[in-house]
Design a protein around this ligand. Structure first.
Ligand code: PLP
Length: 376
């Protein structure tokens, strides 16, 4: 792409940003074997998959349990939730999650409800955060699964996953805990203690689209998700996406090695962005009490987000309205926070990467001010 763009939609997806991630993939021009094949090419491909698995585990801070590669966050979440519900149904049918989860979770829970499970969705507070107390009071003796996102993709709110997981296990050791860490992985510190399953995705951290992983705690006996040739720890059949997997591991490793610098840079930019947004008349910035460094949501009380986004897009500035996965639909997250429909209609989600700069924020703010002038 020749046009100079200012890309501030990194929560929707990132560019394959590291020379390393792209070269990890391109290096496979001559390593095109099927990892299941017994010849040398097969062995080379298998070694790439296994060392990538090791890298992802290292980035998650564990050498216990395993990660299984999937097609992305959505698949990992579907697998984990369906497995937990089925495996634990002998203990009860109650599942706890939140109203602000991604559609991958909410739609899977909808399906589980249709087949007889009882779902409690905890409401967020006005600032977008979810209180530990509200999660605790939703958990019962017969709760079999707690599924929480680490970071909300629309507001950047960080959920109290560690304390909630610890509490859930203290109520009932059979409760499974699943974390949707698609927006949290490599953005906030994550600790796997008390967590049974964790879903992550490559394309949010500079890896290729179409690959993700499900972390599975040591000792959990999984049933296969896909039946066939018994690839990937005999749990997810199908020829592995070796180049994508290699890009995922490389991108994760680059982030892992520069975690403090990258998140520190984004946090400074986020604070600057919030300050600049507040200069705009009528702007209401969502500010959760605990927030990730890369996501800011703001409403302006005039104009419609689709129009503002298109005007900015014509200037080469790319942002989102609400979540990228809910095109045209009113944000269920902002609605659950009790934000007025007028603010929701005009809300934008601005999401950062470690490559964004202060100058880009300034250009965006100027562009936004121009766009908003169209609405009086
Ligand atoms: N969970 C969250 C919080 C997300 O932000 C997303 C994607 O936007 C997903 C899950 C789905 O991940 P994927 O796009 O890899 O399927």
């Amino acid at each position: 792409m020749d046009k100079k763009v200012i890309y501030l939609d990194n929560a929707a997806t990132t560019k394959v940003m590291h020379k390393a991630a792209l070269s990890a993939m391109l290096a496979m021009e001559n390593t095109y074997g099927n990892p299941a094949a017994v010849h040398e090419f097969g062995k080379e491909a298998e070694a790439i998959v296994e060392s990538s698995r090791g890298t992802i585990m290292k980035c998650l801070g564990t050498d216990k349990g395993t990660v299984v590669f999937t097609s992305g966050g959505t698949e990992s979440i579907n697998w984990a939730l369906n497995f937990c519900a089925e495996k634990n149904k002998r203990f009860g049918k109650h599942i706890v999650s939140t109203m602000i989860e991604h559609a991958a979770t909410l739609e899977t829970l909808k399906h589980l409800k249709e087949i007889g499970y009882e779902i409690t969705l905890v409401a967020p507070q006005k600032d977008g955060s979810v209180s530990l107390d509200s999660i605790k009071s939703a958990i019962r003796e017969d709760t079999i699964l707690l599924s929480l996102m680490a970071v909300c993709n629309e507001t950047g709110a960080v959920l109290p996953i560690a304390y909630a997981a610890q509490y859930a296990k203290s109520v009932n050791k059979n409760i499974f805990v699943h974390i949707d860490a698609v927006q949290g992985f490599m953005k906030i510190p994550l600790c796997l203690k008390d967590i049974d399953f964790l879903s992550i995705s490559a394309h949010k951290i500079g890896g290729m689209k179409g690959v993700g992983a499900l972390y599975i705690k040591d000792g959990i006996k999984m049933t296969p998700w896909l039946y066939g040739g018994y690839q990937d720890k005999k749990l997810r059949s199908g020829t592995q996406a070796v180049p994508q997997i290699a890009s995922f591991a490389k991108a994760a490793e680059v982030h892992y090695l520069s975690f403090e610098d990258m998140t520190g840079h984004m946090e400074k930019l986020r604070q600057y962005l919030v300050k600049r947004l507040k200069e705009i008349d009528g702007a209401v910035v969502v500010e959760p009490s605990d927030t990730a460094p890369h996501i800011v949501n703001a409403g302006f009380g005039k104009g419609r987000s689709e129009v503002i986004i298109r005007v900015l897009s014509d200037m080469g500035i790319y942002v989102a309205g609400g979540s990228a996965c809910s095109k045209g639909k009113k944000s269920h997250v902002l609605s659950a926070m009790g934000i007025s429909p007028k603010l929701i209609d005009s809300s934008l989600r601005i999401s950062l990467s470690e490559e964004n700069t202060k100058e880009e924020i300034d250009i965006f703010i100027d562009g936004l001010k121009t766009a908003l002038k169209m609405f009086g």
